[in-house]
Design a binder for this molecule. Sequence first.
Ligand code: NAD
Ligand code: DAU
Length: 360
Amino acid sequence: MQTFLVTGGVGFIGSNFILKARKQKWANIINLDKLTYASNPHNLAELQGDNGYKFVQGDIADSRLIQDLLAKHQPDAIINFAAESHVDRSIISPENFIQTNVVGTFNLLEASKNYWNQLSPQQGKTFRFLHISTDEVYGSLEPSASAFREDTPYNPNSPYAASKASSDHLVRAYQHTYGLPTLTTNCSNNYGSYQFPEKLIPLMIINALNGKQLPIYGDGQNIRDWLYVEDHCEAIYLVLQQSEIGQTYNIGGNNELANITVVEQICTILDELVPKSNFKYSSLITYIKDRPGHDRRYAVDCSKIKHDLGWEPKENFASGLTKTIQWYLNNTAWIEQIQSGTYQNWIRQNYENRKISLST
Ligand code: NAD
Ligand code: DAU
């Protein structure tokens, strides 16, 4: 069986990927994660005792550590999920985004190049470096503009998007200059189980369950393309197995929805699953001060991955959202663990200057 070095695997998408990889016997996994606020080791509790899984705490910017891990475990592929991922945090404090997303990715590339250069010709031929990126690198779309394609020019607007764009350019340059066998995927907004409740969907589910306001930035008409995380993980594995070296693929859910529509759908599902006799969840919806530089619309054209690799998303939004809400309803202990002091500090920092109090 192959071995993958996964970075950032204790976060939302990485956890889902590792759980699937082990369940479906895709590979043995070495999971390197710094364990920032966004990680949750409980996500992977079921892998305790699994000999094909190993966790290492550390930073992708630590070159010595990466060098040692590569030498020791001889992975067949590196999948780089590790990142600072929340746009609002990048607006308030961008430094960590540059350090992890730019410097960290650079460091990983440099170590991978050195490792790949000393592999046998056979190992070198099959080795892959897969970089997980975002559709936000393409900027914001006008209402009638066509969806992002792989050849859409980069136009990042937030410090987060700029740091991811920068990392994508480094990956591209390492392929072009040194021949490192890289692949890049640019996906749209993921949703599903284990997502940290700073992001729209889990924040709304958890606030609603706690009877708190549901804070909508601006007019609620910003559009995102929602991708069910399990569909995304399958696409990643397919790209890793079948893509030609140097390719980039857009991955989206074919679910373009305005934020207010998403939140109304969450409220409707909660009205059915956890009805309240004295109010409807939608009465908690509150419009608040907008995110600075807020991108208006993202939409992803997935025709390249469908054409080349036969992938398309399986989950429709209504069923994916119901499954996601059900997961949060069944995992109240998980929610309690992450609503720590640090989480409350973030909620205060992000929402109190928008004149709304959501902290406990
Ligand atoms: P996340 O914030 O949930 O998890 C990130 C993980 O990376 C955490 O476990 C964290 O501890 C780890 N990490 C952070 N800095 C690190 C460092 N220096 N060294 C090692 N580990 C570090 O993120 P996510 O939502 O799972 O996103 C994963 C990747 O997918 C990111 O690269 C993100 O940019 C990209 N992406 C996410 C989405 C989305 O909707 N969530 C959409 C498009 C792209
Ligand atoms: O498009 C892919 C990107 O999707 C990823 O690269 C990022 O890592 C991921 O965080 C996500 O970025 P967004 O900014 O689109 O996601 P977020 O969940 O923060 O917000 C989704 C939309 O909802 C966005 O238009 C802002 C809005 N929003 C968000 C929050 C947290 C609100 O209206 N209220 C809120 O409280």
